[in-house]
Design a protein around this ligand. Structure first.
Ligand SMILES: Cc1cc2nc3c(=O)[nH]c(=O)nc-3n(C[C@H](O)[C@H](O)[C@H](O)COP(=O)(O)O)c2cc1C
Length: 342
């Protein structure tokens, strides 16, 4: 997720266990091939993250090939092509879900990339551009012919943005149409939901985006259950520790103010699963320094430990549908500046 799954966030989640594959934010091929420092920074990863995929976006076959080569050179295990981003600036330049409107161009891009790299190539699709032009099954079949080794489907159209629910029946249809592994994606925030999706679609994997911000242990919990164990239940101390660890990782990587911003972004989702989370979130939103945010985290968990409650005592989760963190435009605007300039 652009603006979210950076070097820091990915390591935080990977350390909780159960993650089969980590994927970078989408990275502009225009930025990469024109030496934009931000794009190069987005390709950083740690050994502990492996297997690690770099996801690129763009509309120009030659630049996509060049950028793919760069990802292989920095040691990525997998190269993933974004064919789903709905942001107007990305689509206008022929990238992201814009490729769903031009499958011949997507085909040329995939062939160009295959010529440039020897690591596996994967493709992340949306279902189609609009409701009346659903073409993900056709795109997946074409991609398989081009040598793509894994299809991932976010079950929404470009037009839908993040509204409504993901259509997982199309995951099933792709699974039936191709021989390569297929993963589904969209709205998975619970173990039960994940298990149901595996069962209904026969898919080989599930991608989780926003749900990982609410529950960093979700991958481990799903893995536990699929391997016949009781799902891991993090203690209160671990919940506190995960916030502190995030802040520490952020502080190693960026100045205090952006680190605070990132902390608030995660807190906005993470606190939904906590008792008195809404009030706790407010204290974090109103923190203006590292000291203040750390103090507020300390106060919250101490109150919870000693009094067994905080604020109004309510927990907001139970929320398969509560994934309103979806305005990727802000982060995408930043990520795409270089693409737009192209
Ligand atoms: C803030 C934000 C940024 C996103 N950025 C990307 C991206 O860079 N690449 C990508 O393939 N999908 C991106 N997505 C889409 C997610 O990967 C995922 O397909 C979608 O959120 C549905 O899955 P979820 O319900 O598990 O979050 C983004 C979503 C959000 C909310």
């Amino acid at each position: 997720m652009a603006g979210v799954t950076d070097y820091t966030f990915r390591r935080l989640i990977k350390r909780r266990g159960g993650v089969g594959l980590s994927v970078s934010e989408f990275i502009s091929v225009e930025g990469l091939t024109r030496s934009n420092p931000k794009s190069h920074r987005q390709m950083r990863f740690a050994e502990e993250e492996r297997p690690f995929a770099v996801q690129i976006f763009g509309g120009q076959p030659e630049r996509m090939g060049m950028a793919a080569e760069m990802a292989e050179e920095v040691g990525a295990d997998i190269l993933d092509v974004n064919c789903g981003c709905p942001a107007p600036k990305v689509v206008k330049n022929g990238g992201g879900s814009g490729l769903l409107k031009d499958l011949p161009r997507l085909e040329t891009i995939l062939k160009e990339i295959k010529k440039s790299i020897s690591i596996p190539l994967t493709l992340k699709l949306r279902t189609g551009f609009t409701d009346s032009t659903i073409n993900c099954v056709e795109a997946a079949k074409m991609a398989e012919q081009c040598g793509v080794e894994h299809i991932q489907l976010h079950g929404r159209t470009k037009e839908q943005g993040y509204k409504g629910l993901a259509n997982w029946d199309l995951v099933r249809q792709i699974k039936e149409a191709v021989k390569i592994p297929v993963s589904g994606n969209g709205d998975v925030t619970s173990i039960e939901n994940a298990l149901r999706r595996f069962e209904e679609t026969g898919c080989d994997g599930i991608l989780i985006g926003r749900g990982a911000m609410q529950n960093p242990w979700i991958f481990r919990q799903i893995q536990d259950v699929t391997q016949g164990r009781a799902p891991y239940q993090p203690s209160l101390e671990e919940k506190q520790a995960v916030l502190l660890e995030f802040f520490e990782l952020l502080s190693e990587d960026m100045p205090e103010m952006p680190a605070l911003g990132k902390m608030k972004q995660l807190a906005g989702q993470f606190t939904k699963g906590l008792v008195g989370g809404a009030q706790f979130r407010q204290t974090l939103y109103h923190s203006h320094s590292a000291r203040e945010i750390l103090d507020n985290i300390g106060v919250y968990f101490e109150t919870l430990t000693t009094h067994d409650t905080f604020g109004n005592g309510l927990t907001e989760i139970e929320a398969d549908s509560d994934l309103e963190f979806n305005s990727c435009d802000v982060s995408i605007n930043n990520s795409c500046e270089t693409a737009v300039a192209a």
